[in-house]
Design a protein around this ligand. Structure first.
Ligand code: HEM
Length: 144
């Protein structure tokens, strides 16, 4: 493979590769590539920054938790940078992040179009209606 054909194996590389596919049926357009990049930027960036900002806000309000989190990070990593193996073992940090997502979910509703009649649990949903799942209500109302 020449250097010019080597797009790399990350997400962007795979998209650019697909836009240069010799098989016309498999090839995607440059507009498709741009749309995918926009989707990942919006989906990945806004959600993550919202989560981080609100987690920091919660840590400022609940003053005993930063110390708990700091202790855990130092126990797991010492003076090393956090690594991929250690990150899932961070129980306190996960609790903080989960609670932040419960109280302030970055996505507060999830819209769905009902294509055909379905019966989820006690509900009967007819075809061709729009349903909104309210993440915030789901997280805050113990009955739901
Ligand atoms: C705290 C962080 C995040 C939250 C709360 C979150 C939340 C969500 C939710 C609720 C959906 C489903 C939307 C639906 O089905 O209607 C979704 C889909 C998606 N998210 Fe995230 N997300 C986060 C981080 C990320 C990151 C970091 C990326 C990419 C780097 C990403 C990329 C996507 C994509 C591409 C979809 C669409 C999947 C599809 O429809 O096939 N998200 N996200």
């Amino acid at each position: 493979m020449t250097e010019v054909d080597n797009y790399g194996t990350d997400h962007l590389g795979l998209l650019v590769k697909a836009s240069n596919d010799v098989d016309e049926n498999k090839r995607i357009t440059v507009e498709n590539v741009v749309d995918e990049c926009k989707a990942f930027y919006i989906a990945g960036h806004e959600t993550t920054t919202t989560l981080l900002a609100r987690s920091v806000l919660l840590l400022v309000i609940h003053t005993d938790w930063p110390e708990e989190a700091r202790k855990e990070v130092l126990e797991l990593f010492g003076q090393q940078d956090p690594n991929a193996e250690g990150i899932p073992r961070k129980k306190k940090m996960n609790m903080i992040i989960n609670e932040s997502q419960r109280l302030y979910p970055p996505i507060i509703n999830i819209p769905r179009k009902v294509q055909r009649k379905v019966k989820p649990g006690q509900f009967i949903l007819p075809a061709n209606i729009n349903v909104t799942i309210l993440t915030l209500t789901l997280h805050l109302d113990p009955q739901i």
